[in-house]
Design a binder for this molecule. Structure first.
Ligand SMILES: [Zn+2]
Length: 377
């Protein structure tokens, strides 16, 4: 059965749909997922996260397989159980990590040799081991192993990464469909959905080739990867369009690593359904909050002693209770409550934004020139 239904498509391309996850959770799209790299959205209790309107989050399965380790996660009932989280859990494969320093990654056809940054132990990651890992963690959606080229890359490097991404996706698909895989699940969990990730850098023909080949393999959903890593905005949206235009209408399209409010609006118009980003949470911890005026610095002198909420008309639990003056004080005094309250507000802002975008799509009123601030106004 298909996991995704598109209910409405606006005249400019935005889609409002419903995504059914293996754990039984149904999430409305467009949707935004906060990042819980290590099974924690930094500073928040999952109950607080739920109150922000969040229905699904994304963890980094690869990092978590190193520490605390997949055996521990499985024996504690899987990620949902450990986090006491009844929403959706997507999980990343680690492909993106390999372009970062600190892993000593050596990428071969067979898989990736690397060194755990936690223990120094050498690890060999393959498309098959990543599929097994997601099953052992009991997640809803596991991203298959891909090869993300660094930015900038030569054309030869990008071709190489497309070929390897396609080859690894094929192996992942075979592994996920093998007999007896359910036996690796934590008790009471269902088999994850496996989404492929399209690569191809900012080169139109390579993006298209990669997407087309992955679509031929018929995955239940597709991540659009390798963007928002240093290329210009124009290159990013052009490349995004090269991918989304080739993904079948009944498959969810997940733009990985994008959470800037205006980029979210524009991406929805390009046909994106799912987002994740550290943007709202990282900004909150660095005292930057979303308001009607864009992003504002909580420590700005004008916030001192002000008896109004972070954002007028915001119905998050923070704006209903606390003043700008109190937020200013908490950050100045370096109290841990400050980053936590700012995180609640920022995540709520993104959830409210995607909710309003969804309503506009259903009412066919999503104007392609509209900004996030206007939608939230
Ligand atoms: Zn608020």
């Amino acid at each position: 059965m298909n996991c995704f239904n598109v209910g409405s498509i606006s005249q400019y391309g935005g889609r409002a749909g419903k995504l059914r996850l293996p754990s039984g959770v149904v999430v409305e799209t467009p949707m935004f997922m906060p990042v819980a790299t290590k099974m924690s959205v930094k500073t928040l209790d999952p109950r607080e996260l739920k109150e922000t309107g969040t229905r699904s989050l994304i963890t980094n399965g690869f990092l978590l397989s190193l520490e605390p380790g997949s055996d521990v996660i499985r024996s504690l009932g899987g990620m949902h159980s450990m986090m006491d989280w009844d929403g959706g859990i997507f999980s990343d494969s680690g492909g993106f990590q390999f372009i970062r320093k600190g892993f000593d990654a050596n990428i071969l056809e067979e898989g990736v040799h690397l060194r755990s940054p936690f223990t120094g132990v050498k690890v060999f990651v393959t498309p098959e081991s990543v599929v097994d890992m997601h099953i052992r963690h009991g997640v809803d959606v596991g991203m298959v192993l891909d090869h993300c080229p660094p930015f900038p890359s030569t054309r030869a490097q990008t071709i190489d990464s497309v070929n390897r991404t396609v080859y690894w996706a094929k192996r992942s698909k075979l592994r996920a469909g093998a007999d007896g895989m359910e036996e690796m699940l934590p008790e009471g969990r269902s088999m994850p959905l496996f989404f492929a990730i399209t690569q191809g850098g900012v080169e139109k023909d390579l993006r298209e080739e990669c997407t087309r080949k992955l679509v031929e393999m018929d995955f239940p959903g597709y991540g659009i990867g390798g963007l928002s890593i240093g290329e210009s905005k124009e290159d990013m949206f052009r490349s995004l369009g090269s991918s989304t235009s080739l993904i079948p209408e009944d498959r969810p399209r997940y733009f990985m690593g994008v959470g800037d409010p205006d980029a979210v609006v524009r991406s929805v118009l390009s046909g994106v359904d799912v987002f994740d980003s550290v943007f709202p949470t990282r900004n909150a911890r660095h005292r930057s909050v979303f308001t009607h005026e864009g992003r504002e610095n909580i420590r700005a002198a004008k916030w001192r002693g002000i008896d109004s909420p972070i954002m007028e008309d915001c119905d998050c639990s923070v704006c209903k209770r606390f003043s700008r003056g109190y937020m200013y004080h908490l950050f100045k005094a370096e109290e841990p409550l400050g980053p936590r309250l700012a995180t609640i507000h920022n995540v709520h802002y993104l959830q409210e934004l995607v909710k309003r975008i969804r309503i506009k799509i259903i009412e066919n009123e999503l104007d392609p020139r509209i900004s996030a601030a206007e939608i939230m106004g």
